[in-house]
Write a protein that binds this ligand. Structure first.
Ligand code: 6PG
Length: 256
């Protein structure tokens, strides 16, 4: 696999078309991973954008195409709440697709948000090491990420110590009240995936998306730091989130 340092950017008219295309990417990657390695490992994101993708995965034709017996589900981050809390990222995935497909309980590797954050992070790191091997960095077949208006991704927030973590696989993140504490995968894990898929929609993201993908200095915010160490990074954008990119491209075409 060659590393492609330049992200692929795909723009979609609606969240619906973006989510369909993302379901196709997830399914094709699962087919390829099953054919070559006999298992498919994916780290899921929370947030609102992937919800539609998740519901597609539990419906036809995608549900039938995925070999659920070999699919393993992890999370890029979790909020420190019980598993059935409305803020739980596990609950989002469970309600939208995991509870509707024939996946074995042993293939679901959730972060225990109900525990004390440091313990939950340590346990999750042990789970990752037992699945991927004790001494190497995890290599996910697929990592699904979102991006916040402030440039955060997973629970790596701008200027937080977690962004600089290079030794641990998962760390606790303590946000100012009233926000929740969280547990997040660290950058070395995210960038080591075979495929990273950013799903971003909403006009309020147009500024940060432009800054990351076009400004020439994407390294200033956490989402921009997700530059591949192994595989490739694809940004799937709603036309609203890509608004500034398209506007500036049109302007520079006119002036050129
Ligand atoms: C979370 C996420 C987080 C999310 C972004 C984008 O648990 O909230 O993993 O990083 O992906 O905040 O969220 P939206 O999709 O809601 O814009």
């Amino acid at each position: 696999m060659t590393i492609d340092p330049k992200p692929e950017v795909r723009i979609f008219d609606t969240l619906e078309t973006l989510s369909r295309a993302a379901a196709e990417v997830v399914t094709s990657l699962s087919e390829r991973a099953m054919a070559s390695r006999g298992r498919f490992s994916v780290a899921l994101s929370g947030g609102s954008t992937p919800r539609r993708l998740y519901t597609f995965l539990a419906s036809s034709p995608w549900q039938e195409r995925i070999d659920w017996s070999g699919a393993h589900f992890f999370w890029v981050d979790e909020r420190c709440v019980p598993w059935d809390h409305r803020e739980s990222n596990f609950k989002l995935a469970n309600d939208t697709f995991l509870s509707k497909v024939p996946v074995a309980a042993g293939n679901i590797h959730r972060i225990c948000g109900e525990e004390e954050p440091e313990c939950a992070a340590q346990e999750y790191e042990e789970e990752l090491r037992s699945f991927f091997g004790p001494s190497s960095l995890p290599v996910f077949d697929l990592v699904i990420l979102g991006a916040g208006q402030d440039g955060h991704t997973a629970s790596l927030f701008p200027r937080a110590a977690a962004v600089r973590e290079r030794a641990r696989l998962a760390v606790p993140v303590h946000l100012d009240a009233p926000k929740l504490s969280r547990v997040t995968l660290t950058l070395p894990v995210l960038i080591n995936a075979m495929q990273v898929l950013f799903l971003v929609s909403g006009r309020e993201k147009a500024g940060i998306v432009h800054e990351i993908l076009e400004d020439g200095n994407p390294r200033l915010c956490p989402a921009g730091l997700v530059q591949p160490a192994r595989g490739r990074v694809t940004w799937m954008l709603g036309r609203d989130a890509a608004g500034l990119i398209e506007e500036r491209r049109r302007a520079s075409n006119k002036s050129g």
